[in-house]
Ligand binder design. Sequence first.
Ligand SMILES: Cc1cc2nc3c(=O)[nH]c(=O)nc-3n(C[C@H](O)[C@H](O)[C@H](O)COP(=O)(O)O)c2cc1C
Length: 334
Amino acid sequence: MRTTLAQTLGIRVGLLQSGMGGVAGPDLACAVSEAGAAGCAGGYKLAGEALSAMLKRLVAGTDRPVGVNLIPEVVGPDELDRQLGQVLDETPQHVYLSLFGMADDAVLDRITGAGRRLVVQIGTVQDGVRAAERGAIVVAQGTEAGGHLLGTSHRDDLVAELRALLPTVPLVAAGGIGSPDEAARAIAAGADGVLLGTAFVVARESMAHPQFKTAVCTSGEADTVISDVYEIGWPGRRHRVLATDVTRNPDQPKNFIGRTVVEGKPYVVPRFSAAVPTVTTSGRIGEMAMYCGLSCGAISDELPAAEIVAGFARVLPGAHAVGTEIAEDSHGKL
Ligand SMILES: Cc1cc2nc3c(=O)[nH]c(=O)nc-3n(C[C@H](O)[C@H](O)[C@H](O)COP(=O)(O)O)c2cc1C
C-alpha cells in the first residue's frame, strides 16, 4: 500500500514549502505549517549562533511538523556534519530534515536513525531510488523549477518514471507548479504531493526583497532563463532565474553591487553572487540572483502563506483523503 506524503509527515495538505535560503525564514515556515501543509526554513550557510537563533524562532513558532533545509554540496561534509548536529540537538522530533541533492548514506542514516523524517530533493531516477532506499520522502525536481537544477528531466517524466519504480513511497513533484491545475497535473503523473518554491517567494511572510516579489508577480515563463552566471558562493550548477542584465551580459566585472544582512551580520554582495536579494539587501537588486520557476506565469499577487496553501489544498491528497489510513498528527491537530 502506498504511504503518502501527508501520512508520512502527519500533515493535512500534501504540500511542502521549499526551504529557500534567505527567503524562507521561521515566519514563512511556521505560517505554512500552521495552515496544514509542511513549512521549511532555509539553513543554507547558517552556522553556530546564527543557526541556533533561527532554530529557536522556528521551534517557538509552531508545534506542527516543520522542516529545516540543508544543502550538502554548498557547505561540504564537515560543515554539514556540524549543521546537522545542531539541528538534531536543538530541535524536537517534529522538526524534519530536508536536503537539496543527495548526501552520503551515512548522513541520511544519521537523520533517520535519530527518528527524524527526511525529505530529499533529487533530479535523477538513480538518486531518487537511492534516497527512497534510505527511507526518504523523494522530491522529484524537473527543469521547470526555479533555482538550482539537479537534473535535465521534465518534472512529470521524472515523477512517472520514479512512480513506476517506487510504487509505495511518498513521492513529491517540484518545478513549475504555480496553480492548482498544474499541481493536479503532477498528481496525475504519479506524485502524491507537491513542493513549491516560487509560489512562496511572493508570500507575505517571505523575506524576499519587495522588488524580487514584484518581478515574480509581473513575469511570465519567457522571462526566466537557465544560466550558470550566479556562481559566487555556489559554483558548478545551472539555475533558473529571471533574466537580468547580468544573465544577458556576463562579461562584467565582479565588483560589489550591494550589501545585505544575514541573522544580524553584514555582508557585501558581489555581482554574480548566488545569494538572493532579501528584505535586508540594498543596492542593484535588479542585477542579483532572482531564482524563479516557470510557475511565475501563474503567480500575480503577494498573499498570506495560509491563502496560498488553501488555494492548492482542494487538489492535493491530504491525510483524510487516503482511504482508511488516516494518519495521526503527532500533536493531535488533524
Ligand atoms: C528563490 C528560490 C530559492 C531556492 N533555494 C533553495 C534552497 O535553499 N534549498 C532548496 O532545497 N531548494 C531551493 N530552491 C529550489 C526549490 O526547492 C524547488 O526546486 C523549486 O522552487 C521548484 O520550482 P518552483 O520554484 O517553480 O516551485 C529555491 C527556489 C527558489 C525559487
